[in-house]
Design a protein around this ligand. Structure first.
Ligand code: NAD
Ligand code: UDP
Length: 308
């Protein structure tokens, strides 16, 4: 198949491209390199089945493909808040453009949505039929509200134009190739402990997240894309940790000498988050296989190699 991956030079997108190329597909990677880098896809650059297009998805584009994995959008709060209006444009106009493309091509369209659409949840763990608790005017809204609208657009193109859609709601995912300055918690703690500077825990560290290793996530993507269910489907690892527990775990694994310091909790930071993955298990036969300690070990090795 010929497959388009938007955001393919980013963290998750580049791991997805590895899997698709290894399976023998033709892959077009579309990225504006906002948070992605050429280094992530370097090994495929000269491959005859691989094509890289530098393009901003807020502008329409014409390519011919059978499937579209739509991932382009900054995912770390630091990056999506840096230019909030641009984030909304990327998520809304970008998704609109990609759905228009899918409609013209009759291509199957996969949206990388997020657990953020549940906001600061009142239901725990989060099931797909929960509508969420999202602040429409806060500093996270440019991301979570525009991802909600991206889901709405996907379902409207599906109902109105028969576009064949798949929606994954991704929970916090980590692994090799996260940027050193990514700003998300796993990469921050690893970089800080490798540098021997204090690990910055926001708030008292009692808020929770559930961390999924990237190869597990990509397996879920491929099963969802090639299965019969539109979704939405939660993809994440139900293993839930407080942020303080995560800091202590990384401190212990990388540098027991590193200190932990507490900083103010950002506005609207969700207090708890854990996926209910019953749907993924029954519909896709999918569940995560890499425990946190093992995934962290692989991620730490990657950061060590890059930071020497
Ligand atoms: P990332 O920031 O590493 O990757 C995003 C990619 O999109 C980058 O390569 C960036 O350059 C590209 N991009 C951004 N704006 C663009 C634009 N206007 N035009 C073209 N390309 C653009 O983030 P990631 O962690 O790989 O996330 C990928 C997708 O998965 C995102 O849609 C994100 O919302 C979603 N997601 C990720 C997580 C996670 O924990 N990693 C959780 C929930 C959802
Ligand atoms: N966090 C933290 N220290 C950091 C970065 C993040 O304590 O250096 C916290 C953040 O406040 C949140 C959790 O870790 O409660 C996860 O943050 P991240 O930005 O990784 O993802 P998201 O909030 O989008 O789930």
């Amino acid at each position: 198949m010929r497959i388009l991956v938007t955001g393919g030079a980013g963290f998750v997108g580049s791991h997805l491209i590895d899997r698709l190329m290894e399976a023998g597909h033709e892959v077009i990677c579309l990225d504006n390199f906002y948070t992605g880098t050429k280094r992530n896809i370097l090994k495929w650059i000269d491959h005859p089945y691989f094509e890289m297009i530098r393009h901003d998805i807020t502008e329409p584009i014409r390519v011919e493909v059978d499937q579209i994995y739509h991932l382009a959008c900054p995912a770390s709060p630091v990056h999506y808040q840096y230019n909030a209006v641009k984030t909304v444009k990327t998520s809304v106009l970008g998704t609109l453009n990609m759905l228009g493309l899918a409609k013209r091509l009759k291509a199957r369209f996969f949206l990388a949505s997020t657990s953020e659409i549940y906001g600061d949840p009142h239901v725990h763990p989060q099931q797909e039929d929960y509508w969420g608790n999202v602040n429409p005017i806060g500093i996270r809204s440019c991301y979570d509200e525009s991802k909600r609208l991206a889901e709405t657009l996907s379902f409207d193109y599906h109902r109105q134009n028969g576009v064949d859609i798949r929606i994954a709601r991704i929970f916090n995912t980590y692994g090799p190739r996260m940027l050193e300055n990514d700003g998300r918690v796993v990469s921050n703690f690893i970089v800080q402990s490798l540098k021997g500077i204090p690990l910055t825990v926001y708030g008292d560290g009692s808020q929770t997240r559930s961390f999924c290793y990237v190869s597990d996530l990509v397996e879920g993507f491929i099963r969802l894309m090639n299965g019969d269910h539109t979704g939405p489907v939660n993809l994440g690892n139900p293993g839930e940790y407080t942020i303080l527990q995560l800091a202590e775990k990384i401190q212990e694994m990388v540098n027991p000498e590193a200190k932990i310091k507490f900083e103010p909790l950002p506005q609207d930071d969700p207090k708890q988050r854990q996926p209910d993955i019953t749907r993924a298990k029954t519909w896709l036969g999918w569940e995560p296989t890499i425990p946190l300690t093992e995934g962290l070990k692989l991620t730490i090795e990657d950061f060590k190699a890059r930071m020497v």
